[in-house]
Structure formats: C-alpha cells, structure tokens
Design a binder for this molecule. Structure first.
Ligand code: H2B
Length: 99
C-alpha cells in the first residue's frame, strides 16, 4: 500500500474528526482509537481476523486488545511516534469492514 509515513499536520489531525468521526484522536496527534462491540467472542474474533488481513496488506499494524465481544484498536505509526497517513488509511479500511 503506497501511503506515506509523513506525520499528519495539526490541520490534518483536526480533519480526522470529519473523515473518521467514530475514532477518538489524542489532541496532539499521538494516536487514534476506536472501540468495536460485537454480539459475542466469535464475532469479535472474526472481525480481528479481517483486520489482520488488512494490516498485512497495508504493512501497518494496530495496537489492540480484545475482551470477549469488545475489540479496542489504537493506531499510530510506531516508526514515527505519531499519526501518519498510514494510520488514516488503515482506519478507513477498518471502518469499511463494518456494515
Ligand atoms: N505498524 C505500525 N503501526 N507502525 C509502524 O511503524 C510499522 C507498522 N512499521 N508495521 C512497519 C510494520 C515496519 O516495521 C515494517 C518493516 O514495514
């Protein structure tokens, strides 16, 4: 996936609220996070498998946790120590998995 690791500017971070309204963005742009709720553990696990395929395709990987039917995903670019376009694009793709 040809996206850049250029750190998002302050105005791009502000725009995330419009582009990705269901994601919470840390004000300084260190990370973004969203919680996903499913009917049970198997549904949550199926979602995580789909996200794993996306992460592999994007060569970009989430920090995440799962407790039964809840999946919490935090995105940032480890190499940059901040949000980059790679995070924005992966978040959009993850949102695309949800009907
Ligand atoms: N994922 C995330 N979230 N941040 C990174 O900086 C990152 C990654 N780097 N996935 C990638 C893999 C890098 O380690 C490989 C070598 O492309």
């Amino acid at each position: 996936m040809a996206t850049t690791q250029q750190i998002l500017t302050a105005s791009q971070i502000k725009d995330l609220n419009t582009v990705l309204p269901l994601w919470g963005v840390e004000p300084s742009g260190a990370w973004m996070q969203r919680d996903f709720l499913f009917k049970d553990f198997l549904a949550a696990h199926a979602f995580m498998s789909q996200v794993a395929l996306l992460a592999h395709a994007h060569d970009h990987h989430p920090n995440w946790s799962n407790v039964y039917n809840k999946v919490s995903i935090k995105l940032f670019t480890h190499d940059a120590g901040a949000l980059t376009q790679k995070d924005q694009h992966l978040a959009l793709a993850i949102d695309g998995l949800i009907a």
